[in-house]
Ligand binder design. Structure first.
Ligand SMILES: Nc1ncnc2c1ncn2[C@@H]1O[C@H](COP(=O)(O)OP(=O)(O)O)[C@@H](O)[C@H]1O
Ligand SMILES: [Mg+2]
Length: 238
């Protein structure tokens, strides 16, 4: 078997003395969607923040594309291709759609291609193209999520960490986001997807991990997790 793209071993992390991740191990292989499931408060967002360098590694190791990144600054990780699309979108509200996208592509690796990348984002999201000069705050929730993903794509990710992209969205918009995840995955992007919509997530994912209290409670091929009534009842509320 080839080496995983992202290899997390015995990770300990949290907010200062408040430990949230307690020795978590997980691997993401190149290609496809890896699902990160688990109840509210399980530690999914904390894990993603630690992966991209917004929270320090307090124990264990993080390897990305064969490199130990546990102590790398956040911008170095983006440069390496590890890109977070955060929970709650976090677009810059007073900046235009276009300006938000440009800021997504400022890392040294992606910057030379930023014009081409904006074109690609506008091709994927015609609605963002139409609203190019509009302030991000004026967009609907779904459009802001598209912008957050578009901004992430501008950084030319090798692995996109996508944290709760359908949270708070209308059902029809949530479906659009899942269709987009499928498309990006089919085009070769590797994704780690944290989501509350377990059913749909297991449909797009190849492999799934269930997080409980900062640890992995279950893992396996997505189809097996979907078909395991014990796991579904114990952890996924299905
Ligand atoms: N800024 C913070 N300071 C202290 N504790 C936090 C902070 N943010 C989240 N937590 C705690 O970390 C735990 C995991 O939260 P989170 O990672 O957001 O879970 P999830 O994304 O799975 O819903 C929760 O108990 C939450 O209260
Ligand atoms: Mg979260």
């Amino acid at each position: 078997m080839t080496q995983p793209m992202l290899d997390i071993d015995g990770l300990v992390a949290g907010y200062g003395a408040t430990r949230v991740i307690h020795g978590l191990s997980l691997a993401v292989r190149e290609g496809g969607v890896t699902a990160l499931l688990g109840a509210n408060g399980a530690g999914k967002t904390t894990l993603m923040k630690t992966l991209c360098g917004l929270l320090p590694v307090q124990g264990g190791t993080l390897r990305f594309m064969g490199e130990d990144i546990g102590r790398s600054a956040a911008d170095r990780r983006v440069l390496a291709g590890l890109v977070l699309v955060p929970e709650g979108r976090m677009v810059f509200p007073s900046l235009s759609v276009y300006e938000n996208l440009r800021l997504g592509g400022i890392n040294l690796r992606a910057r030379p291609q930023w014009r081409r990348n904006v074109e690609r984002v506008y091709e994927i999201f015609p609605r963002l193209h139409e609203r190019s000069s509009q302030a991000a705050v004026t967009l609907s929730g779904g459009e802001q999520q598209m912008l957050a993903i578009g901004r992430g794509l501008m950084a030319e990710p090798r692995l996109m960490l996508l944290d709760e992209p359908t949270l708070g969205l209308a059902p029809v918009m949530a479906l659009e986001i899942f269709a987009l995840v499928r498309r990006l995955s089919a085009e070769g992007l590797t994704l780690l997807l944290a989501e509350q919509d377990v059913q749909r997530t297991l449909e797009v994912a190849s492999h799934a991990y269930v997080v409980e209290n900062g640890r992995i409670a279950a893992e396996g091929p997505a189809a097996e997790i979907a078909g395991d009534s014990r796991i579904r009842q114990a952890y996924l509320g299905l």
